[in-house]
Design a binder for this molecule. Structure first.
Ligand code: GA4
Length: 336
């Protein structure tokens, strides 16, 4: 029997209808249960939510603990030290500024390309022990890439695509443009940067503003501090309860295109209201820059003509960086 439960938050609101039952939770899928049910559950979660949690995922505890320790160690350094690893252009250390078009958030981060050569280069500016840092990053990336690929293979099977590695091969490609990110959300009032911070406690202190992820599949792990929220169709923000033992998986824009709109790349954001620091560790599985992205032939029928025109991942990235965080960039690639 495959176990798919729904996460719940403690709420005083009475559950009145089916729609509200979804509030406060996304499906939780146990990956240790192999077989046809697991892929059907993943398929349904990608269609209905674009977001789900996986448990018994096979990523070694030790790989998670090592990268978490490196992350907290780095962010605890003085601002002047951290700045030596920045500014993020887009890679490196960034503080409050997201992207190049004026987006701001109560967050500091390290953004890296997953190519081992760029990791070893970047590590020199990030750590006084670059080998330990880059080993922790590389081991973690290897484990979560395997997880992402396992999920993508199950998705391809569930969609009855003859080549089950059609999606995972994009992410596994040596030229894959996959990224790795550490986001640190300090508690309100913390002086984590040189200039003064607002000490007012806003109800919604935005850590990372609402957006969709451009890539194929995102694998996120956070510590025990809440903050992640996803947006439902009716504009309701649903908090995703933190669970350091599970991974949050979400569909990216490229997978929405590949499935011809069958899967949803869901808007999400991070709120930084907690009195405890939140650390999220994120892997964005992406194709190579030269790869063409278009709806898979199996997803196109006379009843469901292609919703998007073919484009390369390089085209999409360019569009992504020319727009603001919250913009709906997929609209630029829709068929007339
Ligand atoms: C959102 C998802 C990933 O974190 C990211 C972000 C990227 C960046 O921080 O450099 C972007 C953002 C993200 C989408 C719009 C553009 C690009 C900041 C921004 C304003 C690394 C990504 O690939 O796209």
């Amino acid at each position: 029997m495959v176990v798919a439960s729904t996460t719940t938050t403690t709420t005083t609101t009475t559950i009145r209808n089916e729609k509200e039952q979804a509030v406060g939770g996304v499906p939780v899928i146990d990956l240790s249960r192999k077989g046809p049910q697991v892929r059907e559950l993943i398929l349904k979660a990608c269609e209905d939510y674009g977001f789900f949690k996986v448990i018994n995922h096979g990523v070694p505890k030790d790989a998670i603990a090592r990268i978490e320790e490196e992350g907290f160690h780095f962010f605890a350094k003085p601002a002047s030290e951290k700045r030596k690893a920045g500014p993020a252009n887009p890679f490196g250390y960034g503080c409050n500024s997201i992207g190049f078009n004026g987006d701001k958030g109560e967050v500091e981060y390290i953004l890296l390309h997953t190519n081992p050569l760029s990791i070893s280069q970047a590590s020199k500016a990030i750590s006084t022990d670059p080998t330990t840092f880059s080993c922790a990053v590389n081991d973690y990336i290897q484990a979560v890439r395997d997880l992402a690929c396992e999920i993508l293979d199950l998705i391809a099977e569930a969609l009855r695509v003859p080549d089950r590695s059609v999606l995972s091969s994009l992410v596994r490609d040596v030229d894959s443009d996959s990224l790795f990110r550490l986001n640190h959300y300090p508690p309100p009032g913390t002086d984590y940067k040189d200039w003064s911070t607002s000490r007012h406690h806003h109800r919604h202190r935005i850590g990372f503003g609402e957006h969709t992820d451009p890539q194929i599949l995102t694998v996120l792990r956070s510590n025990e501090v809440e903050g992640l929220q996803i947006s439902l169709d009716d504009g309701v923000w649903v908090p995703i309860p933190p669970d350091p033992t599970s991974f949050c998986i979400n569909v990216g824009d490229a997978l929405q295109v590949l499935t011809n709109g069958r899967f949803r790349s869901v808007r999400h954001r991070a709120i930084a209201n907690s009195c405890k620091p939140r650390l999220s560790i994120i892997y964005f599985g992406a194709p190579p820059l030269h790869a063409w992205i278009s709806p898979l032939p199996e997803m196109v029928t006379p009843q469901r003509p292609p919703l998007y025109r073919p484009f390369t991942w390089a085209d999409y990235k360019k569009a992504t960086y020319s727009l603001r965080l919250g913009d709906t960039r997929l609209d630029l690639f829709r068929t007339p």
